[in-house]
Write a protein that binds this ligand. Structure first.
Ligand SMILES: [Zn+2]
Ligand SMILES: [Zn+2]
Length: 308
């Protein structure tokens, strides 16, 4: 098995050619293949709290557990030790999915291996709705969720007084590389969740865009924005498809949310991880410069925070 894994990884290293970011990512994973994955610094022990209006927990990477009153939402669930059997976790998930007795809505932002994880979807309770972007139906096996919805940007679904709107973000599609050719612009989205007056925006994976986030801000009065802050760094706003911490802060300001929770850093062995928490430090420094530190909800893996 290990031999097969090594052969597969070698093949990908060859195919990735001169893309040093991919090579570094894979190399870090194989050189640590036998090492145990460190436990999460904290663990979520009570996924469903009593008497809260809005609570949020970071399971790791793009996986957030959101509680709005009596409803539970999970974003891009990732509980497996590797993604695509290749990229290894740097830290274990901060939640044992067996503790979840229900998930009302499971939101998938796009089809990349670190966001659409079959092994992880399999671990979730199936008593709620699974939502994913237009174009993913042929990629998502039937796990037996009570309901399944495929959404295009600005589509709305409503159920049990919850309203979910798919909102446009700036990323890219394709799971196996070659499939980008026929998917057009479909296959990736953000979401806005509304329930009992609480509004949460989940950006999935996105680069900064001058128009998109201002438009989302015009349409919703957002309490909490969950925004990826890596893998991009430096003094700019990031790449076309991944906002840097500074780009993520601009997204936060554009959508006009009260709180920002940074995600998509410090969890997987992606590229250069000499300081996995570097993106969070950069975000915090930029927020301090603007005098909005108290609105940044920078959680550790496994940490749970009651906001209202
Ligand atoms: Zn992605
Ligand atoms: Zn990602």
């Amino acid at each position: 098995m290990k031999h097969l894994h090594f052969t597969l990884v070698s093949l990908i290293l060859v195919l990735s050619g001169c893309n040093s970011y991919i090579q570094r990512t894979i190399w870090q994973s194989i050189t640590r293949i036998g090492e145990p994955i460190p436990p999460a610094p904290r663990m979520i022990t009570t996924p469903m709290l009593q008497n809260v209006k809005l609570a949020v927990s970071w399971v790791g990477h793009a996986t957030a557990l959101i509680q709005i009153y009596d409803k539970i939402f999970i974003t891009d669930p990732l509980f497996t030790n590797t993604i695509g059997m290749i990229v290894k976790r740097a830290v274990k998930p901060g939640l044992d999915p067996a503790l979840l007795t229900k998930v009302d809505f499971t939101l998938i932002s796009h089809m990349h291996f670190d966001h659409l994880s079959y092994g992880s979807l399999d671990m979730l309770p199936k008593n709620g709705t699974l939502v994913f972007p237009d174009g993913l139906a042929e990629y998502v096996p039937d796990f037996g969720f009570r309901e399944v919805d495929e959404m295009k940007p600005w589509d709305v679904i409503e159920g049990d007084s919850v309203r979910i709107t798919a909102v446009p973000v700036q990323h890219f599609n394709g799971r196996y590389g070659i499939d980008r050719g026929w998917m057009g612009e479909r296959g990736y989205t953000g979401y806005v969740i509304e329930y009992k007056g609480i509004v949460v925006f989940f950006a999935g994976d996105t680069g900064y865009n001058l128009e998109l986030f201002k438009e989302i801000g015009r349409r919703f009065k957002i309490d909490l924005a969950i925004i990826p802050i890596a893998p991009s760094s430096g003094s700019g706003l990031g790449s076309q498809v991944h906002a840097s911490p500074l780009g993520a802060l601009e997204i936060f300001k554009d959508v006009g949310a009260h709180y920002m929770m940074p995600i998509h850093f410090g969890t997987m062995l992606f590229g250069s991880t000499s300081n996995p928490l570097g993106p969070l430090d950069q975000l915090r420094a930029a927020a301090a410069d603007e005098g909005i530190s108290d609105r940044i909800v920078g959680l550790e893996v496994g940490e749970q925070r009651i906001l209202y």
